[in-house]
Design a binder for this molecule. Structure first.
Ligand code: ATP
Ligand code: MG
Length: 207
């Protein structure tokens, strides 16, 4: 047996031993996670990928025939690919948008608050419906941050949702109470973004 062969055999043995240990750890963790219930997921941070991650989970849920509700706060002035797709191809998805655009476009606090409340009125029945498996609250963190919606009201409704229902909240910030309530919190970090290098937002990638 050459030295090279021995090294390869040794590498393979060590890899197998390491994978066996890893499998034991993963199996034990899977065994320990025996609490079956819906979860609250907060996708936050300054980087790109929060809403698109949420829509990835919409696709997953639809794959299993789950009942999905999507409510987009802020968005709605400009069309997005997800809106076009859901409206044209997923008639079962309960889809609503606030449709007023960003606060720096509306520049009118009272009308923003009225729009936020009207949009919240679409959310409340979803969060009370045991038939809804997944509810996406896209960009709702800004409604809490600007105090357009009462934080306690929003958090209570999420906390008191049906036990099997999962809720995904996206947007920068959101506050410590929301972080506390969420079961999973992921922060997307802005390392760099094409827009800052002067590259225009792209159809099918950015909207
Ligand atoms: P996406 O919808 O692409 O997942 P997001 O939900 O994480 O993005 P938002 O703050 O909702 O981020 O902004 C949506 C739009 O802003 C997208 O067009 C996205 O490419 C762009 N965007 C997101 N993060 C940044 C950033 N750090 N700098 C510049 N533009 C950004
Ligand atoms: Mg977003």
């Amino acid at each position: 047996m050459s030295d090279d062969t021995r090294t390869d055999a040794d590498k393979a043995r060590r890899h197998k031993a390491s994978m066996q240990k890893q499998k034991a750890r993963v199996d034990a963790a899977v065994e320990a996670a025996d609490n079956e219930r819906g979860v609250v997921i907060l996708l936050t941070g300054n980087g790109k990928g929060k809403s698109s991650s949420a829509f990835g989970m919409v696709m997953r849920a639809l794959g299993y025939g789950h009942s999905v509700g999507v409510v987009q706060f802020i968005k709605g002035v400009q069309l997005s690919g997800e809106e076009i797709y859901l409206r044209d191809h997923c008639p079962t998805v309960d889809f609503h948008q606030m449709g007023t655009g960003f606060t720096w476009n509306t520049q009118d606090r009272d009308s923003d608050i009225a729009a936020a409340e009207a949009t919240w009125a679409k959310v409340e029945p979803m969060l009370a419906d045991p038939g809804k498996d997944l509810v996406i609250l896209d960009e709702i963190t800004y409604m809490i941050g600007y105090k357009y919606l009462d934080e306690a009201k929003v958090l209570d409704a999420i906390a008191n949702r049906p036990v099997e229902q999962s809720v995904i909240v996206t947007g920068r910030g959101g506050g410590s109470a929301l972080r506390e309530l969420a079961d999973t919190v992921s922060e997307v970090k802005d390392i760099k973004h094409a827009f800052k290098a002067g590259i225009k937002a792209r159809k099918g990638v950015d909207y």
